[in-house]
Write a protein that binds this ligand. Structure first.
Ligand code: 13P
Ligand code: SF4
Length: 312
């Protein structure tokens, strides 16, 4: 958004950001007024790359806690802020460092690939991290005869098995928002809008079922991938199976096309904890700082650096 279309609070937020030499990074699931004031809006991969490359002194992360931790690990010399410390992630909470250490002990010699939706402690036990935007490329970068422990999202893991043709050992974690998108949500739309393209996030419980339809109108994509796909597609109508926050970006960046959520209930309450008000307070008071202890960060950095360098 250009500065002349921002409201008074957004103008204040931008002025505070300038004063602090801060960059505001927002995930695609953030509320519209936060997306509109951010300097950069994107998916987990884009945000991690942006955090690693920024010249700003302060990174204000409008997203969930593991994303801010990722920014801190990739840019340890920066101050990283999150406007609400309670912005967690049910998927990241589905495996602890201790559980991963036990799992690794049962599979000596296996390579650990962790989805970025994990705590810093879990990343520190991992060989590679990936996001939905580059998970396939990360798996393909590992020798084919190597056992891979993939965590924590089982639906993403099952989708990766299909698209890479490799057998993975998969942790049975899930995101409550995406697991809540059921095959019946998709089926209803397939009857009501049979010509629409269906954009599905790989964390969805329905992803593998959708693929089983062998339907050429079904596309499994990261949130950024959805925006890029809709831009290129000649189609005018799209059904979106992910958190509903992405609709704001799709409507804004791909005008003249119709986007509908397959489920209006697909709302991540953690992402919505960030508001324009707590963003402003965070910038004013330089709170809440996200820190990762140096030892954990050093062990997690290699896996994250591999993630930001693999895939387009
Ligand atoms: P993306 O990386 O595709 O934006 O997904 C992040 C996420 O938290 C999905 O729930
Ligand atoms: Fe985590 Fe799910 Fe929310 Fe994404 S949508 S941040 S995976 S709880």
């Amino acid at each position: 958004m250009t500065v002349d279309t921002l409201n008074a609070t957004q103008v204040e937020v931008r002025a505070l950001a300038e004063e602090r030499n801060a960059v505001i990074l927002a995930h695609n699931y953030q509320v519209p007024e936060v997306q509109d004031v951010a300097h950069y809006v994107g998916d987990s991969l884009g945000l991690a790359r942006e955090a690693a490359a920024t010249a700003a002194d302060v990174i204000v992360f409008c997203g969930v806690h593991f994303m801010a931790e990722t920014a801190k690990i990739l840019s340890p010399e920066k101050t990283v802020l999150i406007p609400d410390l309670d912005a967690g992630c049910s998927l990241a909470a589905s495996i602890t460092g201790e559980q991963l250490r036990d799992w690794k002990a049962e599979h000596p010699g296996a390579i650990v690939v962790s989805y970025v939706n994990t705590t810093a402690e879990v990343k520190a036990e991992s060989d590679y991290c990936c996001t939905s935007g580059n998970a396939k490329a990360v798996i393909e970068a590992i020798p084919p005869d190597q056992e891979i422990l993939f965590l924590p999202d089982m639906f993403l893991g099952l989708w990766l098995e299909r698209v890479t043709g490799r057998k993975l050992t998969i942790w049975l974690g899930e995101c409550h928002v995406h697991a809540g998108i059921k095959p019946e949500h998709i089926e209803r739309w397939q009857t009501e809008a049979p010509d629409a393209e269906l954009l599905v996030h790989p964390e969805c419980g329905c992803a593998s079922q959708c693929m089983a339809f062998g339907n050429e109108q079904t596309h499994i994509l990261s949130t950024e991938g959805m925006v890029r796909f809709a831009e290129r597609s000649p189609k005018k109508r799209f059904l979106v199976a992910t958190e509903t926050g992405i609709l704001h970006r799709l409507n804004k960046e791909v005008p003249g096309k119709r986007f509908e959520a397959v489920s209006e209930q697909a709302v991540c309450q953690y992402m919505k904890m960030i508001t324009l008000d707590n963003l402003r307070t965070g910038l004013r008071e330089l709170r809440y700082e996200v820190d990762v202890d140096a030892g954990t960060a050093a062990r997690a950095r290699t896996a994250l650096e591999r993630m930001v360098s693999i895939g387009s």
